[in-house]
Design a protein around this ligand. Structure first.
Ligand code: UDP
Length: 470
């Protein structure tokens, strides 16, 4: 009888896709030893993308069992403008009885060798303790963020002020480049709320777990990984795990436009599953792009009706909107020969791997970074939410594969001239060419990590061994 590994992704498409890739790896390498169940909360976050995605994965990978929790009798009571992470954490807490029931049911027929939870599912950690199931944390993001969470209790005790109040104060987190306090993860900026409390608790919980799995590569973040190894039971760096193009639904009509463009000539602008801009900011980007004279493919999401300054789309928003109404007048027509604007979503991995794509303006979500590195595409780093400001520092200062997009004010507003400047630098300067070469080398590194004797393969085998030991 096989033991079972249960994976618990956080709600949200990018967390699910990353966890599914981990699941595929487990089955590819240890199919004879483990069976796999992925539990999914009933929260309706991203359901328009999640439902077809699960259907697609179930067809191509029938051995992955998806178990959906029943709908909650009481839907999450928090509604926007509450921070999206608060909604997410509440939905995890409310699902704890479902998780408990599911784990007990699985245990009746199979021994559960591990429960692997996304770090946002921290409110579920005690369920594993209650059932004496070995608990592992999964970070779809990088090791630098793990190091930041481990150090958070220390930063917390050094002051009684919120990071927001500390503003430009430079924080020193072992293993990371220096970080401005106001650039800490957005959900950590105010210390007097539940999201902060939960994330603060995570730093301590991590030390009690059996291990931490991170979607990174040893060679990308050696300093951060060294720091973590000195503190935690175990860290397994098994990246890069990125979505297979076949699992993303594609819109073939404009992909064929991409294929007609010269090699390395198109700039791709895409800001993750949640990055949104105000109409005013969209207009500045459009002007900058137009003046840059470069070819582009730009994914635009529905701007919020009132600009609150939050750059993270509510998980409850829809994908459809009137694109023409939010773009500057005449822009789509004037740039028709060299640019395309796509509404809400594009199959990013497919796009990044097209021969014609030569640069990427990204919000610095870690999946996006790994996808760009694995495709050898250099970036302009424009962080918007979550831990992305920290990722920007890692990309620009440590890895040197991205140019920074500099904001004109404290609210992160970027003017057209800056967009134009960075786009030109990336696509048409010696600096951009140098960066492209370095990205090519990193692509090689990413491949090597999973080759025979590669660091990620070795870490993955160690992880499976730890499950075997129980
Ligand atoms: N993505 C995509 N098309 C889009 C926007 C996002 O395919 O238009 C995918 C992207 O390939 C990545 C994920 O969604 O795998 C975004 O994850 P990331 O960690 O970069 O950012 P998040 O959405 O978590 O902020």
């Amino acid at each position: 009888m096989k033991d079972t590994i249960v994976l618990y992704p956080a709600p949200g498409i990018s967390h699910l896709t990353s966890m599914v890739e981990l699941g595929k790896l487990i089955l590819r390498h240890y199919n004879s030893r483990f069976s796999l169940t992925i539990v999914i909360t009933s929260a309706s976050f991203d359901s328009a993308k999640i439902d077809p995605y699960i259907e697609q994965v179930s067809q191509t990978n029938p051995s992955i069992a998806f178990h959906r929790f029943p709908s909650l009798p009481n839907r999450p009571s928090l509604k926007p403008p509450v921070h999206p992470v608060a909604i997410l954490l509440e939905s995890i807490s409310l699902n704890n009885p479902n998780l408990l029931h599911t784990l007990k049911t699985i245990s009746e027929t199979s021994s559960i060798a591990a429960l692997v939870i996304d770090f946002f599912c921290n409110p579920a950690s005690h369920v594993a303790t209650e059932l004496s199931i070995p608990l592992y944390y999964y970070f779809p993001t990088n090791a630098s963020i793990v190091a930041m969470f481990l150090h958070l209790p220390i930063l917390h005790n050094e002051t009684d002020k919120s990071f927001r109040e500390l503003g430009n104060t430079i924080l020193h987190v072992p293993g990371l480049p220096p970080v401005r306090a106001s650039h800490m993860s957005a959900s950590l900026l105010d210390r007097n709320n539940q999201v902060y409390d939960n994330m603060l608790g995570l730093g301590t919980q991590l030390l009690k777990s059996k291990g931490i799995i991170s979607n990174t590569i040893e060679a990308l973040e050696p300093e951060a990984i060294k720091v973590i190894k000195n503190q935690t039971p175990a860290i397994f760096c098994v990246g890069p795990m990125i979505t297979e193009p076949g699992d993303q639904s594609s819109a073939a009509d404009w992909l064929s436009w991409l294929d007609k463009q010269p090699s390395g000539s198109v700039l791709f602008l895409c800001f993750g599953s949640r990055g949104v801009f105000s109409v005013k900011q969209i207009s500045e980007i459009a002007v900058g792009l137009e003046r840059s004279g470069q070819r582009f493919l730009w994914v635009v999401k529905d701007p919020p009706p009132i600009d609150t300054g939050v750059r993270m789309m509510s998980p409850l928003s829809t994908m459809d909107f009137d694109l023409e109404a939010v773009m500057p007048e005449g822009f789509l027509e004037r740039t028709r020969d060299r640019g395309l604007v796509v509404k809400s979503w594009a199959p990013q991995v497919e796009v990044l791997n097209r021969e014609s794509v030569g640069g990427f303006v990204t919000h610095c979500g870690w999946n996006s970074v790994l996808e760009a590195v694995s495709a050898g595409v250099p970036m302009v780093a424009w962080p918007l939410y979550a831990e992305q400001h920290i990722n920007k520092e890692v990309l620009v200062e440590a890895m040197r594969v991205a140019l920074p997009m500099e904001a004109a004010d404290e609210d992160g507003f970027v003017v057209a001239a800056e967009v134009e400047k960075r786009v030109r630098m990336l696509m048409d300067s010696d600096e951009g060419t140098k960066m492209r070469k370095l990205c090519g080398e990193m692509k090689g590194m990413a491949l090597a990590a999973w080759a025979e004797n590669g660091s990620s393969r070795a870490a993955f085998n160690d992880l499976a061994q730890s499950w075997n030991r129980g």
